[in-house]
Design a protein around this ligand. Structure first.
Ligand code: ADP
Length: 570
């Protein structure tokens, strides 16, 4: 073409990709279809990595965990209406967990949607997304794509991270614009996650309270892991000598084998501590809302570090709030104890913890040493633990009821941001999405420890794992049902009815992955588990281990039995 006659043009498709690349975003998790297929093709043609899924929820979960690992928003791309709604589940989950992600969905014709005239996949996505994420934007003009993407990125990662919805009408992608004008419209986000320093008087208040503590405790949440302030957090724990408790995704921030870890004496320290330093952990249901039996009768005073001011006093009064980014807050406390001098906690306190810890660990070791037949959660997890101990670089995904509860306490973590689990909602369905996101973004192997029920939600993504040849080993703890596989059928009129919690007995999940060229293993003993897992990890190939677990092992809802409503009716 003669460029001296007609000025070079660009279009919405190109500008979206250019704007993402301009902000160093190089990966998209998504599922193609009208109107985004060409957008995804173009992304790949322009050198971006496109990981195509079989269901949008899992693409969204992959984007969310990528955001958690990298502090950059994970991108999920979907079609309109149902595709968007599937992705929205993941966006809501990401927002709840404070993971930065952007859900970009194509949408149908505005004129028709807004008059509700019945378009193909008609839905007011912008408003549907609003209650479930941090921000929801629509770009209507090609010249606004640069600023729109910049806005979405900043909204996702600044302050408390979370999910952002970005609505791209089909027409926008087709719009054309002078190429030079388009290039100039791109925006590079400057300092997307600015440091937020705590006020000096807040730091002093926290230090004074800490000094008065007789039985201090540090509680590390996944916000602390997300913040990537690993060295300062470790120095604060070690220099202060205060025992600490990691929430499940903060495991590995310091190695679980650390002498100051109070994990094995969890109930004891929560009940007995007098001053608790919360670092990126909310006092939600996972911490019994900071009150009640779990927290014992010893009066508590909290120091709470969080980026979000409204998190303070959410459930119980907070004596010393510290608002700012975790890196800055922890380094301020660290400096404080270095300059003011800090006496390590009383040996009476740390000694009592170590005593409990010892007792509980000895008891646990004895349980783990048993070799019941059939294999149960403990003996299977012992085998897995012993292998993962030698590979601290491996990412661990974990979901289920009993599978989650037992694995969380039995599998030690040694490095930060390597454990990804059911999170703040305590949900199932994150398994394969998180596994794929973690494998793609970290370039490291993943072992996904899944209950059979949990695995079912995302099982079709085995095809995705095989298609991209990802080093993911999925272990399905197969006990024939939800919670357990032994529930009776309660239908008095049909002896053949299927119990509400049961699955096909003796299912061979290992055969599923073989359908896509992956490697399946079927194991019934810890020794077979050891052999299969070692081989699977060494191969670096997509693998699935069907681990037959005693159908009688486990409890209803794992450790959440108390959340099942109990009627007062006699
Ligand atoms: P857990 O489930 O592990 O207890 P939560 O998800 O409940 O952790 O808590 C994480 C907290 O960390 C949230 O309240 C969030 O606002 C906060 N947070 C996340 N990132 C940062 C950061 N960089 N600086 C300060 N606070 C943060």
């Amino acid at each position: 073409t003669d460029t001296t006659q007609t000025p070079a043009m660009t279009d919405g498709f190109h500008l979206v990709i250019d704007a993402l690349k301009h902000n160093d975003i190089d990966t998209i998790f998504g599922l193609v279809g009208i109107p985004i297929t060409d957008l995804c093709r173009l992304a790949q043609a322009q050198g971006m990595r496109f990981i195509g899924f079989r269901h949008e929820q899992h693409a969204g979960n992959a984007a969310a965990i990528a955001g958690y690992i990298t502090q950059k928003p994970g991108i999920c791309m979907t079609v309109s209406a149902p595709g968007f709604l599937n992705g929205l589940t993941a966006l809501a989950n990401a927002t709840t967990n404070c993971f930065p992600m952007i859900l970009i969905s194509g949408s149908s014709e505005r004129e028709i949607v807004d008059l509700q005239q019945g378009d193909y996949e008609e839905m007011d996505q912008l408003n549907a997304a609003k209650p479930y994420c941090k921000a929801s934007y629509r770009i209507n003009r090609a010249e606004d794509i640069g600023i729109g993407i910049a806005r979405a990125i900043r909204a996702a990662v600044s302050g408390r991270p979370g999910g952002v919805y970005l609505d791209l009408p089909a027409q926008l992608l087709a719009q054309t614009l002078d190429a030079e004008k388009g290039r100039k419209s791109l925006v590079k986000v400057v300092d997307p996650v600015p440091r937020q320093l705590p006020a000096p008087e807040s730091v002093q208040r926290a230090l004074d309270l800490l000094k008065s503590a007789k039985k201090p405790l540090i509680l590390l949440g996944k916000g602390a892991a997300y913040a990537q302030a690993d060295a300062d957090i470790r120095a604060f724990v070690e220099n202060s000598g205060i025992p600490y408790l990691p929430m499940s995704m903060a495991k590995g921030l310091l190695p679980d084998t650390h002498a100051q870890s109070a994990s094995a004496a969890r109930s004891f320290v929560l009940a007995e501590a007098d001053v608790v330093v919360l670092i990126g952990a909310r006092l939600n249901w996972l911490l019994s809302h900071g009150k009640g039996k779990t927290w014992g009768s010893v009066p508590k005073q909290f120091i709470q570090i969080d980026i979000s001011p409204t998190e303070i006093d959410s459930n119980v009064p907070i004596a010393a709030p510290l608002i700012g980014d975790i890196g800055s807050c922890v380094s301020a406390l660290l400096k404080g104890i270095e300059t003011n001098g800090h006496s390590k906690p009383d040996a009476a306190w740390t000694g009592a913890i170590y005593e409990r810890k010892d007792k509980n660990l000895t008891k646990m070791a004895a349980t783990l040493d048993l070799n019941p037949s059939p294999m149960n959660f403990h003996s299977a997890l012992r085998a897995i633990r012993d292998i993962l101990k030698t590979r601290p670089d491996i990412n661990v995904v974990n979901e289920g009821a009993n599978t989650l509860d037992y694995a969380r306490s039995i599998i030690d973590m040694y490095e930060p941001r390597k454990r990804f689990d059911s999170g703040t909602w305590g949900i199932m369905g994150i398994g394969m999405g998180y596994a794929i996101g973690a494998a793609v973004i970290s370039g490291k192997p993943v072992v996904a420890i899944e209950g059979d029920s949990a695995f079912g939600f995302s099982g079709m993504e085995l095809e995705t794992i095989c298609r991209y040849d990802l080093p993911i080993v999925t272990i399905v703890f197969n006990n024939n049902g939800v919670y357990k596989g032994t529930d009776p059928n309660l239908n008095p009129n049909n002896a053949n009815d299927v119990p509400v919690t049961s699955f096909v007995k003796g299912a061979r999940y290992d055969k599923m992955i073989e359908a896509f060229g992956g490697i399946g293993y079927h194991v019934t003993t810890p020794a077979e588990m050891t052999a299969a897992l070692s081989k699977a990890i060494a191969s670096g190939k997509p693998s699935l281990i069907n681990a037959v677990i005693d159908p009688n092992a486990g409890t209803e809802s794992g450790r959440l039995t108390n959340l099942n409503p109990q009627s007062g009716k006699k």
